[in-house]
Write a protein of this length. Structure first.
Length: 124
């Protein structure tokens, strides 16, 4: 029996990639507001899976404008949306919120939740 060298035999767990946290490569701070996920890993799992399915974008995730657009696209595919909160006297750096859709009734309720002092102290 002749073995063709162009083909490889896959055994269990041989070619399964380890999960990578691509969101940590992005040059901004990401905050999740999500009732589905109870931790950062739970909330970011679908976004990281979307990025992993598109390997050509991974080397460019350090670029701010590019990674912001990729985050918006991935969030939309996962039923989430992205909101940016600029830095001010209460928070020193810009924050990027990834929010599960239909969690808030309107934008006013969303911004009231984001700007509550106890919530800002949580993300400082």
């Amino acid at each position: 029996m002749r073995r063709n060298s162009r083909y490889s035999v896959k055994t269990s767990n041989q070619h399964i990639p380890t999960p990578m946290d691509y969101l940590r490569k992005m040059p901004f701070t990401i905050v999740f507001i999500d009732k589905k996920g109870h931790s950062y890993d739970d909330s970011s799992r679908d976004l990281n899976a979307y990025i992993q399915r598109h390997p050509l974008i991974i080397p460019r995730l350090h670029q701010p404008c590019f990674s912001a657009k990729i985050l918006e696209i991935a969030a939309h595919q996962c039923g989430m949306r992205v909101v940016r909160r600029p830095a001010d006297s209460r928070v020193r750096r810009n924050l990027t919120y990834v929010i599960r859709k239909n969690l808030f009734k309107n934008d006013e309720e969303l911004w009231n939740f984001i700007n509550k002092p106890e919530n800002l102290n949580t993300v400082k």
